[in-house]
Design a protein around this ligand. Sequence first.
Ligand SMILES: Nc1ncnc2c1ncn2[C@@H]1O[C@H](COP(=O)(O)OP(=O)(O)O)[C@@H](O)[C@H]1O
Ligand SMILES: [Mg+2]
Length: 366
Amino acid sequence: MSITIENMTKSFGSTAVLRGIDLTVESGELVALLGPSGSGKTTLLKIVAGLEWPNSGGLNVNGQDWLGLAAQDRRIGFVFQHYALFPHMTVRDNIAFGLTVRPRAERPGKSVIAAKVEELLHFLQIAHLGDRYPAQLSGGQRQRVALGRALAIQPTVLLLDEPFGALDAAVRRDLRAWLRRVHEETGSTTIFVTHDQEEAFELADRVVVMGEGRIEQIGNADQIHDHPASPFVARFMGATIELPVVLSAGRAEAPGLDAGRLPRRALPDGPATLFLRPADITPVADPSGRWQVSRCTSNGAILRLELTDGAQTIPVDLPRRALEAKGLERGARVILRPETAAIFPGPRPSQAASAATELPRKEKAQ
Ligand SMILES: Nc1ncnc2c1ncn2[C@@H]1O[C@H](COP(=O)(O)OP(=O)(O)O)[C@@H](O)[C@H]1O
Ligand SMILES: [Mg+2]
């Protein structure tokens, strides 16, 4: 089942939540929607499920217009972060639920349902939990049951909205690997929503980065990490150091900066901004360097320096045993040598307007 979303918009009152989403999910693909809280991920999922309607745009599944189709006719499997299993029903009955409530004409026979549930219990590795009630399960087990319930109806499309969001890190990692196997064996077309980069990249065939109701970039981990398509994606991927530079013949120049290791870019001359991660910069000791080490801390493996040029203070991480780490005690003067960087033309965008923060976008103050 392939899903095609075309130029979709959605507002709540005067708040634009989706601002023109174009996305195709191929049949059998697992796509992750990755973005900060408030970027519109859940709204998009609800529209696909038929729990919300867009203001404009198209939604086609295998060529069929789904906006004309009621939620119950879409055969969606949906798992939420806090999926309320029926507390008074056993795991078996919870998984069977979607089948037992079908109209009589479409409802499989009792023994067929029982066999299907048994098969799912084994497939999802929860065979030993069939007779338990939700209150007798851990959070991770509950989400396995919730997925079982979603899969029982053989959904056309599987929608997972931060299904592991409430669980601790180790359980999440287990469930991720488990879900990937489940997906490969069922081959269902799946959209997985998360705000966790690691989860998105580990699970998904393609990751869709969303910010403020727009798709900022679509790609795999390496593409998005190495070639962020916008300042928003660069920040979201951890490149939180922003250095103002001037581009000249495709090379970034600034006092105290040695950008010789960065490839030239086909960008116009003029002001630009370098986006860097703390580990992307090598500080080079230089008595006349513009930057000064104002703080130096170690966690044993990594040395974290704070460098300041009077106007700006930036963090730099380097392996403590690296040669470069010698002679960088507090007070030392250095120049910055970026090893890799994203660069975007134009002056440094104001942090207040950054969608990478959890704050709502502020209009320009000046
Ligand atoms: N039913 C609603 N009524 C009004 N505003 C809503 C409603 N649902 C979501 N929003 C707003 O839409 C924006 C996007 O929300 P959501 O889709 O839940 O984002 P995400 O899942 O990425 O956190 C938020 O600002 C949220 O407050
Ligand atoms: Mg959400």
